[in-house]
Design a protein around this ligand. Structure first.
Ligand code: NDP
Length: 253
């Protein structure tokens, strides 16, 4: 497990967007960032889930979050421009962006993979992250210390049979993060990295491995150290890297 403990209030006065904040890893990250003092923008497609995490964040005594219902499958480019305008009016800047929402798609051989599903998965997992990052860059540039995290997977560096568009989308995510990191290094205060969460007890994992006992995997709350590290000031200057949430190591390697 990545070995890091965030100092109390290390995300105070920071505004952080978390996509897919209603469930699984995104939900844990949103709660975690709020507990460290951040104002979290809870972005997701199911409003009731966002409302319930909103309530949990208020109950834990953290800064009041914002709910941003948004369907990455349906959103048009102008919806991302509108998002940037609304966030700018409300917060003036953005200090963090966790791209967490993803679709699994089908677990089937490429020879039988449906083109429609392929397009859907690539759109949500890759195109949406690109368009959102581009739209929110001016707001991230307005921060003194901004962090963008993309979510990868072990199949984002090693192709595996039957992982189809999901695996290809994660390879693309790794590439996109490296390019953003290289282009923003030296000209901005924005760092860009990827996290591979590793096997984690969520709905997506259960869908990918229906026969597996969920208890053998870590809960989302248990893989948070690397999410804290990369979002907070201790990772300033760290960019263009890939982190495994469940690998041994820490900020010093
Ligand atoms: P879940 O399926 O549990 O959660 C995914 C979240 O993304 C949900 O909140 C979901 O919303 C949201 N989402 C999906 N589609 C859209 C959309 N079109 N618009 C807006 N939000 C959407 O997944 P995990 O928590 O397991 O996964 C989180 C990330 O971690 C993903 O990027 C995944 O690829 C990655 N990952 C996970 C692993 C694991 O073992 N769990 C392993 C490796 C990588 P809703 O709840 O409303 O459906």
């Amino acid at each position: 497990m990545f070995d890091y403990k965030a100092p109390d209030n290390s995300l105070a006065n920071r505004t952080i967007v978390v996509t897919g904040a209603g469930a699984g890893i995104g939900r844990a990250a949103a709660k975690n960032y709020a507990a460290l003092g951040a104002t979290v923008v809870l972005l997701g497609r199911t409003e009731e889930k966002l409302e319930s995490i909103y309530d949990e964040i208020i109950d834990q005594g953290s800064p009041t979050p914002a709910i941003y219902p948004f369907d990455l499958s349906r959103a048009k480019e102008e919806d991302y421009t509108e998002m940037a305008t609304i966030l700018e009016a409300e917060f003036g800047k953005l200090d963090g962006l966790l791209h967490n929402a993803s679709l699994l798609g089908e677990r089937t051989p490429l020879s039988q993979y449906e083109a429609r599903t392929w397009r859907h998965v690539m759109h949500v997992n890759v195109n949406a992250g690109f368009i959102m990052t581009q739209a929110l860059l001016p707001l991230l540039e307005a921060s003194e210390d901004a962090s963008i995290i993309f979510t990868s997977s072990s199949v984002g560096t090693q192709g595996k049979a039957y992982w189809g568009a999901y695996s290809v989308s994660k390879f693309a995510t790794e590439g996109m993060a490296q390019i953003f990191a290289a282009e923003l290094e030296n000209i901005s205060n924005i760092r860009v990295n990827t996290i591979n969460p590793g096997p984690t007890r969520t709905n997506m994992r259960a869908k990918a491995y229906p026969g597996e006992d969920p208890a053998i995997n870590l809960a989302p709350e248990e893989i948070m150290p690397v999410y804290q590290y990369l979002m907070g000031p201790d990772s300033k200057g760290v960019t263009g890297q890939r982190f495994d949430a469940q690998a041994l190591g820490g900020p010093q390697g």
